[in-house]
Design a protein around this ligand. Structure first.
Ligand SMILES: *Cc1c(COP(=O)(O)O)cnc(C)c1O
Length: 427
């Protein structure tokens, strides 16, 4: 169910009218629904439970980069989530939010020496290693610290996720992961390194997948590798299938999480040959978008209406620096008037004030709006705030989380002075 709906003609987040949020916190503001977050995480947790999985045989590691606000991380951590991070900064966020480092896995192609040290000092669950060069560096860093680094190799299963090229990561030509044909050799190398402990295998083939077939195909390919490794005496503790399940932006119909996980666990159960210390292999997931995407919207106000010869523009106070996805991937976001008006609808491009033609949030939308109206840019909970910038010296949006009839400010708006506070004049 949607936790953003109209009540008496006004769009609400749970029980709170967005007009009230704009009055209290201004705009642009990201608005998240706590109930939606809980519901989306629970879809994963419930499916694990229904398939007789406990924490030792299934672990959801929320992808921090999709929405890294510490209030979001805290909530998910309390629901039992682990975390998939891609930088040292994200690890510090997880810790600041009260997350458990022993449930953290570290992905990414470019981990630095410093980031490895930081993660090792917090005894994270696993490093998802993306190259042999990284394996050697990690072995060295762990050696300096007198530790053993738990690793999983990110294998590129070479399956087509059939999604936007910028968010497709599982094909041969992508920069991610170790080529499938080189994985065995890389594992043999890993097994000989004294400060590396081989723990698992992982992949992440792309994002905004509506169908689970490519994920299940990737799982088959990982299973083949695990069997080969077992024959060689390299026994893995976990198999991590990555994230990637899509959400409804427009008319998209993503597979239900329960159906996907049901099919996935059925494959694992059928396999079952693989045991680690007498237990079935632990399955991990790294979902981001499917947990936060539809749990958030971006609230913005119409500054001007501009009726041109060829087009009508609604110039709003949110811009590409607040929500990059349209400019970057031509992504489609729903646009809803916060207060429904009766009146003539016109077709508008919804654009921001930034000096770029790429600064648009939505195109050709039929709306009856006036200057000063509030609009909600829907499905903006994932890769919204985390991809925002200060381009044009624009302070980043505020973020609030609604819980029933309560609104909590979880990040205050940046002030212009803060934006250049780290800069200095020449002597
Ligand atoms: C971004 C990312 C995810 C999350 O992807 P979603 O499509 O948001 O579920 C998971 N794993 C890795 C390695 C990623 O880079």
């Amino acid at each position: 169910m949607s936790h953003f709906s109209y009540k008496n003609g006004a769009l609400c987040a749970e029980n709170v009218p967005l007009t009230e949020i704009a009055r209290q916190f201004g705009s642009p503001t990201y608005v998240y629904s706590k109930a939606a977050l809980v519901e989306n995480f629970s879809a994963y947790a419930n499916a694990c439970r229904e398939n007789q999985r406990d924490a030792s045989t299934a672990l959801v590691c929320y992808s921090v980069k999709s929405n890294s606000n510490i209030a979001v991380l805290d909530l998910l951590s309390k629901l039992g989530s682990g975390f998939d991070i891609v930088s040292g900064g994200e690890l510090l966020r997880v810790i600041a939010a009260g997350g458990d480092p022993s449930k953290v896995i570290f992905s990414g192609v470019g981990k630095t020496h410093e980031e490895m040290k930081l993660a090792l000092s917090h005894d994270i669950l696993c490093f998802n290693v993306e190259s042999t060069a990284e394996l050697h560096r990690l072995n060295e860093v762990a050696g300096e610290m007198g530790k053993q680094a738990p690793v999983s190799l990110r294998v590129n299963p070479n399956v087509d996720a059939k999604t936007h090229p910028y968010i497709s990561t599982g094909l041969k030509e992508n920069k991610f992961g170790i080529a499938y044909d080189e994985a065995l050799t890389a594992y043999r190398t890993a097994a000989t390194l004294p400060h590396i402990r081989v723990a698992g295998i992982d992949c992440h083939i792309g994002s905004q997948l509506l169908d689970d077939a490519p994920l299940l195909e990737a799982l088959d390919r990982l299973i083949e590798l695990v069997d080969r490794l077992t024959q060689e005496g390299i026994v893995l503790h976990h198999i991590d299938i990555g994230g990637g399940i899509g959400i409804t932006y427009d008319k998209d119909k993503p597979v239900a999480i329960g159906d996907y996980l049901g099919r996935l666990f059925a494959k694992i159960d059928k396999w079952r040959l693989h045991q680690y210390k007498g237990k079935p292999i632990q399955v991990m997931f790294e979902p981001g978008r499917s947990i936060v995407g539809n749990a958030g919207l971006l609230l913005t106000e119409v500054e001007y209406l501009k009726h041109g010869a060829a087009k009508n523009f609604a110039i709003v106070n949110a811009a590409m620096n607040d929500l990059m996805r349209p400019a970057m991937y031509e992504a489609w976001h729903g646009v809803q008037p916060v207060v429904q008006r009766v009146g003539e609808q016109k077709t508008y491009d919804i654009v921001g004030p930034v000096c770029e033609s790429g600064d648009w949030l939505a195109r050709e939308r039929s709306l009856a709006i006036e200057q000063g109206d509030l609009l909600a840019i829907m499905s903006a909970g994932a890769y919204g705030m985390t991809m925002s910038s200060n381009y044009n010296t624009r302070g980043r949006a505020a973020e609030v989380m609604v819980d029933g009839d309560q609104v909590h400010l979880i990040r205050r708006r940046e002030t212009p002075g803060e934006l250049f506070a780290l800069e200095t004049l020449l002597p």
